[in-house]
Design a protein around this ligand. Structure first.
Ligand code: 1AE
Length: 410
């Protein structure tokens, strides 16, 4: 195969199908439409547009169990068929097909020509570490909770308490939109002022990811308004808007701050084994290609559980060096508390952002102690200690109280 192609891998379930025929049908149907009926002269012209079956791996169940027979199909799509943007690629490889039986898109391998259209994250892991001046430990992010119906002084106070606990990043709750009580620019000004006040106490730099919201046509303008007001990071509900919108924002030269991609709505796409898009592609590879500096996704440990194998596949997609763009920071999230820090560091190592909302604000001694408990856990686990050992050390009472409340897992 000499032409430039992108390769899609699917998992297709069917108790009886001839999977080779099925793959051939997809390769032809999603490219030239029909092949055998074409006159020879037309075939020669259309050859460069024709999808090709690369591989079919059939998994026959040991016993004939209905519903469990499947095959992994790899199909190559000529780049000449689509423009260099994610909507074009996604509609080509999984537009109508996504609605045609039990089939899930597992992966995409981009041609060098297609990838060349994507610069990836502006900052990535090293850029974010550089902004914070933290190079030797996992980062800690906290999530605003209780934001709707609260005014600016209240938000400022919440921000300050989170910052005093020693977190590196604070993100807006993804459900906070433009509103009269805490409008974008005023919110940024109040929170960044609280960040500076906290920095005077802690000596620690902090990124505040303000939620970038509004109609698509206003997003770039809103991002620039936020930057002019002092914002140093953005949160973006990528799946609600589409990857191409993230790509537009991340490649805008005037948007000079990191973007954290929130996974809201991802549950509509990845959890079924039979339908949708794999988590590693949805929340890993595509988020990174579209330019997410940080990518949030559910963890195997907390309240919104993603199986561990899938979770580690998301991590690999965010870090994999073969993609040729900067790695995005993995941010396993949802229901995270200090008693889970050993597991997170065991599975993710140092290149991870530990992220918690309820696990910080719900601390029995308050929000500030919530952040401190996480920092104590991170420091101790990095020194090879167990969480109970760390909690028993003098000065680690915040972690002790957290473990008494939430328990721990190792
Ligand atoms: C998977 C996203 C997690 C998130 O955005 C969020 O708000 C989590 O909150 P907690 O940590 O579960 O309270």
């Amino acid at each position: 195969m000499n032409e430039s192609v992108c390769i899609a891998t699917y998992r297709c379930f069917d108790d009886k199908a001839d999977f080779y025929k099925k793959a051939q049908g997809i390769a032809v149907g999603l490219t030239v439409g029909s092949w055998t009926d074409l006159p020879e002269a037309r075939k020669a012209e259309m050859e460069k547009h024709l999808g090709k079956v690369v591989e079919v791996t059939v998994h026959e169940p040991d016993q004939a169990q209905p519903g469990e027979r499947y095959a992994d199909l790899k199909i190559a799509y000529p780049d000449v068929n689509f423009s260099r943007d994610l909507p074009a690629l996604l509609v080509t490889v999984f537009g109508k097909l996504s609605m045609d039986g039990r089939i899930k898109l597992l992966d995409l391998d981009f041609s060098p020509a297609f990838s060349a259209a994507f610069a990836g994250p502006k900052f990535g892991i090293s850029g974010i570490r550089g902004l914070l001046g933290v190079h030797d430990r996992p980062l800690l992010m906290s999530i605003f909770k209780s934001v709707i119906g609260h005014d600016l002084p209240n938000l400022r106070e919440q921000f300050y308490r989170q910052a005093l606990g020693g977190v590196d990043l604070i993100k807006d709750d993804e459900i906070l939109f433009e509103n009269p009580l805490t409008p974008l620019e005023k919110r940024v000004e109040a929170c960044m002022e609280a960040a500076r006040a906290a920095e005077r106490e802690t000596g620690q730099k902090l990124l505040y990811a303000v939620n970038l919201t509004g109609p698509t046509s206003q997003l770039a303008k809103n991002a620039k308004r936020a930057i002019a007001a002092g914002a140093n990071a953005l949160l973006f509900n990528t799946l609600a808007y589409g990857y191409d919108v993230l790509h537009e924002l991340s490649s805008d030269p005037e948007i000079t701050i990191p973007i954290a991609a929130h996974p809201a709505m991802a549950g509509a796409f990845y959890p079924s084994p039979h339908y949708g898009i794999s988590a590693s592609l949805l929340l890993g590879k595509l988020m990174r290609l579209a330019g997410a500096d940080l990518a949030l996704f559910p963890s195997p440990y907390g309240s919104v559980v993603m199986p561990k194998e899938e979770n580690l596949a998301v991590k690999s997609a965010l870090l994999d060096s073969s993609l040729g763009i900067k790695p995005s920071f993995p941010v396993p999230s949802a229901g995270i508390h200090p008693g889970l820090v050993s597991l997170i560091l065991r599975d993710f190592g140092t290149e991870v952002v530990v992220n918690a909302g309820g696990g910080i604000h719900g601390h029995p001694q308050g929000t500030e102690a919530g952040g401190q408990a996480f920092r104590q856990a991170i420091t101790g686990v990095m020194q090879g200690m167990s969480l109970p050992q760390i909690a028993e050390q003098a000065g680690n009472s915040a972690l002790k109280a957290a473990i008494e409340l939430w328990g721990y897992k190792e």
